[in-house]
Write a protein that binds this ligand. Sequence first.
Ligand code: BEZ
Length: 389
Amino acid sequence: MKLLRRSTLVLAAAAALASPLAMAQANGKLKVGFMLPYTGTYAALGNAIEQGFRLYIDEQGGKLAGREIEYFKVDDESSPPKATDNVNKLIKRDQVDVLIGTVHSGVAMAMAKAAQSSNTLLIVPNGGANAITGPMCAPNIFRSSFSNWQPAYAMGEAAAKKKHKTAVTITWKYAAGNESVEGFREAFEKGGGKVIKDLTVPFPNVEFQALLTEIAALKPDMVYTFFAGGGAVKFVKDYAAAGLKDSIPLYGAGFLTDGTLKAQGDTADGLLTALHYADSLGTKRDNAFRLSYAKTYKQQPDVYAVQGYDAAQMLAIGLQAVKGDVSKKAEFAAALEKATVDSPRGSFTLSKAHNPVQDFYLRQVTQGENKVVGIASKALKDPARGCKM
Ligand code: BEZ
């Protein structure tokens, strides 16, 4: 009897110490909100991210830190004007515990702003906007992907090493394209090259003909490009059809040929790109991931699937440290800041600004795969310009 009374007292004291919110969170389902493009030129990227994320959760038996996962979804259409309303559907209407999104840099910046002002956890599984882990860096915001500067800088270094002297750049005119070109220029010009012309088309336009004619007239030593998804498929095909493929080498941030090779066919053969993932890593970790992904979804994974998978791994690391209580933001962040993420791409750590410090592979398209031909940049860390954390 005495024993019973004492344990009742202990339980009552523990309940009084824990806030009602913390108790509800610790016991209930963890609400995960996907804000991703499910339509438009980036639809395949959004789907691959969600599939990668779900795969990791399923491998954990559907639970993280003892909490079942409940999913909420919003199609952001890669539309910056709709982004704030869209993210508020997840934050205010659905009251999610963590946001996972998105692909498009402009939309990802709106998400970061909303996550910061509402103090909601955000893991960015693609959108490379430098600002997210630069001036907008925050204790509750993490990236499982890259900054736009990273693959571009790696490619710029590799192109300069090939002794190309002049380059023309061509991309979509929005944050990802602009920052990719700037990262390339920084490394290429440091290595002795010169960018002689920057060409752009509005996002998500794919009318490249006039610009390809201009490239032919400029006759640079090489072309650097950022395109992804459906736009990358069209650009690579049009570049070959314009007869430029054999006369002016085309290089890109690896999104140019990731998740796109089936549709590009032999027009992509031989293209060189830099990215933090490739099809031929051949490590035990990556082989297991690729097998599991292929079995589950009857398709091969790409970099976007890896970033989704790793967003879930990062969530797991943070949640384990706080025993499922997402209100403990400082402890959640501290766990990730000292973690090494066991990614299929190769393990990586996070910088102080919460961006992956990772290797960038030089890849060449051979027989329908992005095969590793070297390391473009080892443990490349984004400069995180403007981050005050
Ligand atoms: C971006 O907008 O940040 C982005 C989109 C697709 C691939 C890579 C980056």
